[in-house]
Design a protein around this ligand. Structure first.
Ligand code: SAH
Length: 222
């Protein structure tokens, strides 16, 4: 499986294509989303000792007690954002940078916040190698969003909070979508909120999920 180009774009291309087939079987149908998963070398965002598992549909450890989300979960959340291309997206919880890298192929601009400096630095290097120049990374507590760059066409929260952080709602553009996992530990639900009016929002539950903690002012206490 390891080729001479294992660390580059073409390394693992065949396994990546199999991953894309599995995502398609799980109901991911947007061709742009599937193309992004074929393009982004997930292995390049995780420690080399884990490369053999890079294209399994599981979360994997990335250090500091954090994980890179499973590809199926990232795909579900990406599809739920209903992206067309010109969007500006806020991501809360950069982690490995995988979700941000996928988004970099799908939208105009990504602002991503990570609270653990070491992870943010590693992700910045990985995203640089992938040529994801439309990702801006910030270190800090993103649980209250980033009002400076609002409004966002989409907000993706990739860590689980006890409840939806209220400040995020006001940072959504009209028609904007927020996707994230909320609820008690062990019983999180993935939800999608859509801003349909200045003060009107609709909410859908997309199914159970299991994310690491969203820690901060509008999340769990540290
Ligand atoms: N999107 C990531 C998933 C990483 S796991 C990926 O594709 O790999 C979630 C990340 O959220 C962790 O790195 C964690 O440190 C971070 N996190 C938790 N609470 C946060 C907060 N309040 N602000 C920013 N990042 C946070």
């Amino acid at each position: 499986m390891l080729s001479g180009h294992a660390s580059g774009r073409t390394g693992f291309l065949l396994v990546r294509r199999k991953l894309v087939e599995r995502l398609r079987a799980q109901g991911i149908s947007d061709p742009r989303v599937l193309a992004a998963f074929e393009d982004i070398p997930r292995h390049s965002l995780i420690p080399e000792v884990l490369w053999g598992q890079a294209y399994k549909d599981t979360a994997l450890p990335i250090g500091d007690g954090q994980t890179i989300s499973a590809p199926g979960v990232v795909a579900r959340m990406t599809a739920a954002l209903e992206l067309e291309g010109p969007e500006k997206i806020l991501e809360i919880g950069t982690g490995s940078g995988y979700q941000a890298a996928i988004l970099s192929r799908l939208v105009a601009r990504i602002i991503s916040i990570e609270r653990i400096p070491d992870l943010a630095h590693a992700a910045r290097a990985s995203l640089g190698r992938l040529g994801a120049q439309n990702v801006e990374l910030f270190v800090g507590d993103g649980s209250g969003g980033r009002p400076e760059d609002a409004p966002y066409d989409g907000i993706v929260v990739t860590a689980g909070g006890p409840e939806l952080p209220r400040p995020l709602l006001g940072q959504l553009a009209l028609g904007g979508r927020l996707v994230g996992p909320f609820g008690p530990r062990g019983a999180q639900q993935l939800i999608r909120v859509r801003r349909v009016g200045e003060t009107q929002f609709t909410q859908e539950t997309l199914g159970p999920c299991d994310f690491v903690d969203l820690i901060g002012q509008n999340g769990w206490p540290a």
